[in-house]
Design a protein. Structure first.
Lengths: 343, 311
């Protein structure tokens, strides 16, 4: 069942649009949640500024730009300049959010981020939109599958990967406010619309993982740890597995750094088996981060769902997610596999 | 506001430089050069040519041009001087020490474990720095960010004769190989950042040799002009000339300004300076390219006493 304490979207499993109750599961791009959050953050604090590298509308900064044109900076297709100018503005007390596609920021400008933002300790939020294969037709050159690895390995850098647009909006507001963390941060967004999992009342806190799905009764046999938009597929997988007699817990690990060690270890202690799910290379991303935590604290068997050391390609988001082994059935297979592993 | 001591804070409406002041500055620059050599010998490694060449400019800025307070490094209204080519930090550290930011004694800790004076400037260890630097091509963008923030915050337009705040950025010529530099230059030109003044240490050398052999920059002034900057070219060792250039730059209201300062690497150390003129290789000098390279090597290693960046 969905965790009753978290006030998750009750429509999550309403996948039939002709549902007579008329309650269709909303689908919104995660990037849109950021766009709305940025606007709201700008309204709350005049020091919030936005910088973009020629991708204003697709990174959803257009709402902010329209309302606060004097606080919006266009740098053109110049991602190195994007983050270094942001650093300079942060030095003067501004709260910069700078965005591009994740492949270009942090892909192209990784060193500038490391030196002028993390090493130099300037609070900038680097927004990497269009992460994962769900970028779709643009193809592999535009599908960032390595950005979580790139960013989590930099000291003094929070890494946040919201599971839906609602969470993205909350994360944006919390990052702008600076009440939970004073560190620079990376916010990972996706292009394609994905189901709304959470509501306004669902808690989101930097560094805190939450259990979104749990067995109706008894202990879970497998822990499924998810980050980002694949949450929906993981929840559907968990529901089907429950009906097939397999009890799982699904955890939303929306903060990859600082990682919620206690929650991960607790889940591992209960289940002894973990499946990680991310729209990212299996090497170096969230799954690796979880493996590091467990190897150190509570060695546990893990199966990694993600891209298996390959580049993306053109296709529809659904086709690509399935092709690269990150769909609902792949998740279920991973659960079955780990149950059959001798540990 | 009168100044009673050399190191007290003062807001300088007029930048007039008296003869008496020039003599003070010359002595100060000399002290700073001595400190640079001493601290590099003590450290056993580090950069020499850039720091010695830029010593006059640093002296003039920290002892005459900058609106700042060494005893209050976080003073909100201070001018910002961003050192983009962080590897010349020996001159930055030496100047700051002589200006009273920290004890001169501390200069001998350069590059040592536990020091505040890291091999390339780092704010975590020396918070009074405007930025951490070292990797080239990143400082100008940060200076631009500062200039943009100021422009966003200023409620009144800049009026003639009233200088609210200038953002300065020092760069090396070699650093202009970096694409990031040109992204920044293009941006500043487009945005007409009149509160931004850059000084380029045009000393014609970079790690692999002369700039014009490694990656030619000429016609450099033309390049900046093409990006909508005002360009002022000077020789960087005459205080009146440098001062006048900065004054002129502050008056430019429609563009950011770059002062391309032709500097002699190793300036101020007779042994290095007197042998060759460093404005590039001069085929009429009667010296071969190898002679220049040897002299450069001498300068970089302080006569074989320190490990240089090119080794």
């Amino acid at each position: 069942m969905l965790n009753p304490n978290l006030k998750l979207n009750p429509k999550i499993f309403n996948d039939d649009p002709s549902n007579p109750s008329g309650q269709v599961l909303e689908q919104v791009p995660i990037r849109k949640g950021f766009g709305e959050g940025l606007l709201k953050a700008g309204e709350a604090d005049k020091n919030v500024v936005a910088l973009c590298a020629d991708l204003t509308e697709s990174t959803q900064m257009n709402f902010f730009k329209e309302k606060f044109p004097e606080r919006f900076i266009e740098v053109g297709v110049a991602e190195q300049n994007l983050v270094t100018i942001s650093s300079g503005m942060a030095a003067m007390g501004k709260i910069p959010f700078c965005s591009s596609y994740a492949m270009f920021s942090p892909g192209r400008n990784w060193e500038q981020i490391r030196t002028t933002i993390a090493y130099n300790d300037r609070k900038v939020v680097i927004v990497g939109s269009h992460a994962g294969v769900s970028v779709g037709p643009d193809g592999g050159s535009h599908q960032a599958l390595e950005d979580i690895a790139l960013m989590r390995v930099i000291p003094n850098m929070d890494v946040i990967s919201p599971c839906d647009a609602v969470e993205a909006k909350k994360a944006t507001l919390i990052l702008a406010k600076g009440s939970q963390s004073k560190r620079p941060a990376y916010l990972r967004l996706a292009r394609e619309k994905t189901p709304i999992i959470t509501t306004e009342e669902t808690p989101f806190n930097i560094g805190k993982a939450e259990i979104y799905w749990m067995p109706d009764v008894g202990l879970a046999q497998v822990g499924i740890i998810v980050t980002g938009g694949l949450m929906y597929r993981a929840l559907v997988a968990a529901k089907e597995l429950e009906a097939e007699g397999i009890k799982t817990k699904v955890m939303n690990l929306s903060t990859i750094k600082p990682i919620d060690t206690d929650a991960i270890v607790a889940l591992a202690k209960e289940t002894k088996r973990i499946v990680t799910v991310e729209e990212h290379q299996v090497m170096g991303g969230m799954g690796s981060a979880v493996a590091e935590v467990l190897a150190k604290n509570y060695p546990t068997a893990i199966e990694f769902i993600g891209v298996q050391d390959k580049f993306g390609q053109s296709g529809t988001p659904d086709e690509l997610v399935e092709h690269y082994g990150m769909g609902k059935n792949s998740i279920k297979e991973a659960v079955m596999k780990i149950l059959s592993r001798k540990i | 506001m009168a100044r009673s001591k050399l190191f007290k804070v003062w807001y300088n409406v007029s930048m007039f430089l008296s003869d008496e002041k020039i003599i003070e500055l010359e002595k100060k620059a000399n002290d700073i050069r001595e400190s640079i050599i001493e601290m590099l010998l003590e450290a056993g490694s580090g950069h020499t040519a850039g720091p010695l060449g830029m010593a006059d400019i640093f002296t003039l800025f920290y002892f005459h041009i900058l609106k700042h307070d060494p005893k209050n490094p976080a003073w909100e209204e201070r001018d910002r001087l961003v050192l983009s080519n962080g590897h010349i930090c020996p001159v930055l550290y030496a100047t700051m020490a002589h200006a009273g930011y920290f004890p001169i004694e501390e200069l001998k800790t350069l590059r040592k474990f536990g020091t505040r004076l890291q091999g390339h400037p780092h704010r975590e260890y020396l918070p009074m720095l405007e930025t951490s630097s070292g990797p080239l091509g990143e400082g100008l963008s940060q200076a631009i960010g500062m200039a943009l923030a100021d422009r966003m915050d200023s409620s009144a337009p800049f009026t003639r004769g009233e200088r609210s705040r200038t953002i300065y950025c020092f760069m090396s010529d070699g650093e202009l190989d970096e694409g990031n530099s040109w992204e920044a230059i293009m941006f500043a030109g487009k945005n007409k950042l009149r509160n931004l003044i850059v000084v380029v240490d045009r000393n014609n050398i970079q790690i692999d040799g002369f700039t014009e052999d490694t990656m030619p920059l000429e016609p450099l002034a033309d390049k900046w002009r093409a990006f909508n900057w005002q360009v002022i070219e000077i020789e960087g060792h005459d205080f009146q000339v440098i001062n006048k250039a900065v004054e002129e730059a502050q008056e430019i209201s429609e563009k950011p300004t770059v002062i391309i300062s032709h500097n002699i690497p190793g300036k101020g150390v007779r042994e290095f300076e007197s042998n060759y003129k460093w404005h590039g290789y001069d085929p009429n000098s009667g010296k071969s390219k190898e002679d220049y390279s040897m002299a450069l090597n001498e300068l970089r290693t302080l006569g074989g006493k320190i490990k240089s960046e090119h080794q």
